[in-house]
Design a protein around this ligand. Structure first.
Ligand code: NAD
Length: 499
């Protein structure tokens, strides 16, 4: 059985805790490797080594740091196929989707090549007589990232690339479900010229996370995962005086106005609802057609598209629309929620419960499901399902549709499909959700904008990537300097004001 390691000081290091987690091939259900789960002592040792390496990295000029990112981009492109294959094998998503996972991380690395510009700071000449004032953006020191299983390439890169470009050392605790790609990324960063100790990958579970949250050397923690864990990490990290940003779960609504192009809306819903088996925080999980006529037309368009979806292993290449869920527990949880939807009175229009794939009977595949007439009280509406299940809520008016999205506890992403600019504009202005698509079902902002949800989907006051990442991973120091010919006036005893 293959045994993974940690990546410490530029080398693979075997775990010493004696605890391991199984890594599955979700398509076959087989255990294909084991990952070590770090103890508090192992985390603390990795942090101490990172702290020793960090000052020299922070003192390296930002352009040289950016060149490491430039080379890293080249290596990511060189190894794209290898990374995608490793990603699909542990996660289960299709190969084209795995390449997208690497690509959306790579784009944030490209943005980080501009770090010298983003770190320039501010300067006021002659803020007073003979006085200049300047603000520097300085690295925090050692920072950490705790990441989820569903984007094992993209989200680690969203975290470590800006942090490292800013001059920090980074402790990455990836998901224990699919840690191979994060390990490969760390090796590529070393190959790109990153000094040892600046990117440490510590594999583990709650024990490693708690060690990160309680380690006094770690100045900031970025988390992405489910909302209960986000709330836990946010409160414990903040209580320990750290800067913390946590991004949580989602329930993304897509409002379909009666004037929308129904073919376009149905195509968008099928891709956004079932792509990656629904295991995306930006997946659309609730369709909200406005009016019964629009709902009937939408369902009519959706059913044949959903029934035609090809579900299979990533080894089928481009010939599959989505793959298995990540674990057996995830599959059982999703099927349990589908059962609750039926019990609570929703209409199961497409029933994927009997889905079987010949030769892959032990895999974690779940067939596509479509519910109609879902209501607010149902568990399938309140809960993030994170599977290939789309719920349809029939709204009686635009205001009713808007209220559904506004009242839901999550606020990650949303979309509206309409041909009417006035409605789209009103929606974008009033909705209390962080990322909004207008005739775009998955509005993931590009690397030079920022990514983040509202309400229970995001905790902390800055978003991920884009300019916000450079604020999150630095702190401002403001210097007031006077270089007169000589300080002649003597002491000043009242607070200086500009006259
Ligand atoms: P998860 O919360 O189970 O795990 C995320 C990380 O937290 C992992 O590294 C895991 O090891 C760690 N963790 C798990 N349980 C813990 C505990 N009890 N104490 C401390 N640490 C713990 O999430 P997941 O299943 O890996 O990922 C799916 C979730 O992530 C979904 O809810 C999805 O919506 C969310 N997500 C959100 C975004 C976003 O940007 N908002 C992006 C991707 C995924």
């Amino acid at each position: 059985m293959e045994q993974l390691s940690h990546f410490i000081d530029g080398a693979q290091v075997a775990g010493t805790s004696g605890r391991f987690a199984d890594i599955f091939n979700p398509a076959t259900g087989e255990v294909q490797a084991q990952v070590p789960l770090a103890s508090k002592e192992e985390v603390d040792a990795a942090v101490a080594r990172a702290a020793a390496a960090q000052p020299a990295w922070a003192a390296t000029n930002p352009q040289r740091r950016a060149r490491v990112m430039m080379e890293f981009v080249r290596l990511l492109n060189r190894d794209m196929d290898k990374l995608a294959e490793a990603l699909s094998r542990e996660h289960g998503k299709t190969l084209p989707d795995a390449k997208g996972d690497v690509q959306r991380g790579l784009e944030v690395v490209e943005f980080c090549i501009g770090a010298p510009h983003l770190l320039k700071g501010e300067y006021t000449d002659s803020a007073g007589p003979g006085i200049d004032m300047y603000s520097m953006r300085q690295a925090l020191g050692v920072v950490a990232g705790i990441t989820p299983f569903n984007f094992p390439a993209m989200i680690p890169m969203w975290k470590f690339a800006p942090a490292i470009a800013c001059g920090n050392a980074f402790i990455l605790k990836p998901s224990e479900r699919d840690p191979s790609v994060p390990m490969m990324l760390a090796a590529l960063m070393k190959e790109a010229g990153l000094p040892d100790g600046i990117l440490q990958v510590v594999n583990g579970d709650k024990e490693a996370v708690d060690a990160i949250l309680d380690n006094p050397t770690i100045m900031a923690v970025g988390f992405v995962g489910s909302t209960p864990i986000a709330e836990y990490i946010y409160s414990r990290g903040c209580a320990n005086g750290k800067r913390v940003q946590c991004f949580g779960g989602a329930k993304n609504h897509m409002i379909v106005m009666p004037d929308a192009d129904m073919d376009q809306a149905a195509d968008a819903l099928v891709g956004a609802g079932y792509g990656a088996a629904g295991e995306r925080c930006m997946a659309i999980s609730v369709a909200v057609p406005v009016g019964d006529d629009a709902a009937d037309r939408l369902i009519e368009k959706l059913v044949p598209r959903i029934e035609a979806l090809k579900v299979g292993p990533y080894t089928a290449g481009n010939d599959v629309d989505y793959g298995p869920l990540v674990t057996r527990e995830a599959k059982e949880r999703v099927l349990g929620l589908v059962g609750s939807g039926v019990e609570q009175g929703a209409e199961l229009v497409v029933d994927g419960r009997d889905f079987r794939l010949q030769g892959y009977e032990e895999g974690f595949f779940v067939g596509p499901h479509l519910f109609d007439r879902v209501t607010r009280e149902m568990d399938i509406y309140k809960t993030e399902i994170f599977g290939p299940v789309l719920s349809t809520v029939r709204a009686q008016s635009y205001e009713d549709a808007l209220a559904h999205a506004m009242d839901h506890e999550y606020g990650n992403g949303t979309a509206i499909f309409t041909r009417d600019g006035d409605t789209a504009r009103d929606f974008a202005n009033r909705i209390n959700i962080g990322m909004v698509g207008i005739n775009v079902p998955i509005p993931v902002p590009l690397a030079y904008h920022t990514f983040g949800g509202w309400k229970k989907s995001g905790f902390g006051d800055l978003n991920q990537h884009g300019p916000d990442a450079f604020k999150f991973y630095t702190r401002t120091k403001t210097v007031t300097a006077r270089w007169p010919s000589g300080i002649k006036e003597g002491g000043e005893f009242s607070i200086p004001v500009m006259e």
